[in-house]
Write a protein that binds this ligand. Structure first.
Ligand code: HEM
Length: 488
């Protein structure tokens, strides 16, 4: 699908494939950045392992018999239960549901640690109430485990593989299982004994089990005590047939991609997930049309291509037209940068981001498109349409200070009866806070430019998203999803 993604898909795509998204709060970027490293922290603490376990525990409330539960963030209301203790899961943002973020954590953790690419969907809905208990505890019998996983939607063979896929990362913690793991060297720190001795997402968990060299405490126990040897009971529950098949690393990787994908896509029956979200082969972002420093409009945007190109040109058509009357409606990028991430590399891509920042002579823009090494990229035929240019965000003319000065440019070929904005505060936790509408007034301190007058308002706050509105001749024009981030 080549069309402009919706802001929702765009946010998911950006976070997933680029590890960041313009305009998202720093915490979201930090969250992904943490996953960009797989190395365990002190005493084998691994953020990657924590995300995978967290996701499984959240999903474990699923009941296939009545379609309730699943990956729905109910875990955050279940955290006082003994089986679900997590130290440093910090949820990043509110553009996504928490459960979509958790699912993304699984995808990124897996690939960052050298594992396979898990296909990702969005659209999970966070629960408002805790679910029933569903997380298995290591004291249980093989029969109990098989029934627990059946309820969660997995066969016995799938259970064996899914546990092996999960337990390739992380290990058992001293504070939780002091009879299995001795305390760490550093006082008060967790000591974690890795399941398979490696921090990588690999099948050592399987091969060391099969060849008898494993030190996995859930297989070997401690001091001859087998109460807690749940992996031994799980892995052996089909006479090691499944484990033997997983000794092939490619089969292990493919099986984990499929089963972890099913794990994160296990949602309550009433939730419909999006299609798989693939990296867009041609991705346009950060589009900003506004009066520039000189007396004309300027168009800023970025274009991401899956691979490097020799020649990239931006073309545009005049306002209210399919063509360019001046014959001078094209521009080269001002720079290009490699934007690869581990996930994109794993998909065989090495994307490049081209930045355009061009004056628009004569008249404004109705739509734009690109020419890439002689091939036209025009969003599946329609071009990238600028819906309206009656009201535009003018971030360059705004200012940070005790108050935030927000400036809108309004075309001066007609007089608006009202100019106003809705603002959304982005910090805090679970919901976006929408402030009451604020009027913008004609700002005499900013001289008209490029056929636009400037309207402004100064408001408290620092990190906002905006929808700007102008009512002109009884019609409301809107510039949506702007971000004070662009003012920096
Ligand atoms: C029979 C089912 C399972 C049992 C009994 C079980 C048991 C355990 C236990 C006892 C620990 C150590 C926790 C601690 O020390 O606090 C652990 C860790 C972990 N489990 Fe499982 N588990 C099961 C299934 C799964 C599944 C299906 C996954 C994911 C696909 C998973 C992922 C993990 C991960 C990643 C860790 C390491 C966490 C870390 O190091 O931070 N487990 N599990």
């Amino acid at each position: 699908d080549y069309h402009w993604p919706s802001p929702f898909i765009d946010t998911l795509e950006g976070l997933l494939y680029e590890g960041k998204q313009e305009g998202l709060p720093d915490r979201a970027v930090d969250f992904v950045a943490q996953l960009l490293r797989c190395e365990p922290r002190v005493n084998n603490e691994s953020i990657a392992a924590d995300w995978i376990r967290f996701a499984y525990h959240d999903m474990a409330t699923h009941n296939i018999d009545d379609g309730t539960g699943g990956l729905d963030n109910s875990i955050t209301m279940e955290l006082d239960r003994d089986e679900s203790k997590f130290d440093f899961i910090d949820f990043p943002n509110k553009y996504l549901s928490y459960s979509d973020t958790t699912a993304m954590g699984v995808v990124l953790a897996t690939v960052e640690c050298g594992g396979p690419v898990i296909a990702y969907r969005g659209g999970r809905i966070d629960a408002k109430f805790p679910g029933p208990p569903g997380v298995p505890v290591p004291e249980q019998s093989a029969e109990d485990f098989i029934e627990t996983f059946r309820k969660q939607g997995f066969t016995k063979e799938e259970m064996i593989a899914l546990v092996a896929c999960g337990h390739t990362l992380g290990g058992v913690r001293n504070p939780d299982f002091p009879t299995l793991v001795p305390p760490g060297d550093i006082e008060f720190e967790n000591n974690i004994k890795l399941f398979d001795g490696t921090p990588q997402f690999d099948n050592t968990i399987v091969t060391s089990y099969l060849d008898g060299t494993t030190e996995n405490l859930l297989v070997v126990g401690a001091n001859g005590n087998t109460t807690l040897t749940s992996d031994l009971r799980v892995f052996g529950s089909d006479g090691n047939v499944t484990m033997k098949s997983l000794a092939d690393p490619d089969h292990f990787a493919a099986t984990c991609a499929s089963l972890l994908g099913r794990m994160i896509d296990t949602v309550p029956r009433n939730v419909t997930l999006t299609d798989f979200i693939h990296p867009l082969p041609v991705k346009v972002a950060g589009v900003q049309l506004a009066p520039g420093n000189e007396d004309h409009l300027a168009l800023n945007l970025t274009l991401r291509l899956s691979n490097n190109a020799r020649q990239v040109t931006l073309h545009w058509a005049d306002r209210d037209s399919e063509s360019c009357s001046s014959g001078a409606c094209s521009a080269a990028p001002i720079n290009s940068t490699l934007v690869s991430t581990r996930l994109l590399q794993a998909l065989g891509l090495s994307p490049v981001k081209y930045t355009f920042s061009t004056p628009i002579a004569n008249t404004s823009v109705s739509k734009f498109w690109f020419e890439v090494d002689g091939k036209i990229e025009n969003n599946g035929g329609s071009g990238y349409v600028i819906e309206q240019d009656r009201i535009l965000f003018a971030p360059d003319r705004g200012a940070f200070g005790l108050l935030l000065k927000i400036v809108a440019a309004v075309r001066n070929d007609s007089t608006p009866s009202a100019v106003w904005m809705d603002t959304y505060q982005r910090d805090g936790v679970s919901t976006v806070e929408r402030h009451p509408p604020v009027n913008l007034t004609l700002d005499e301190s900013l001289p008209a430019a490029a056929g636009y007058n400037f309207y402004s308002a100064s408001i408290p706050g620092s990190d906002l998203t905006l929808d700007l509105f102008a009512e002109i001749d009884g019609k409301v024009y809107e510039e949506e999803f702007r971000d004070t981030h662009f003012m920096a």
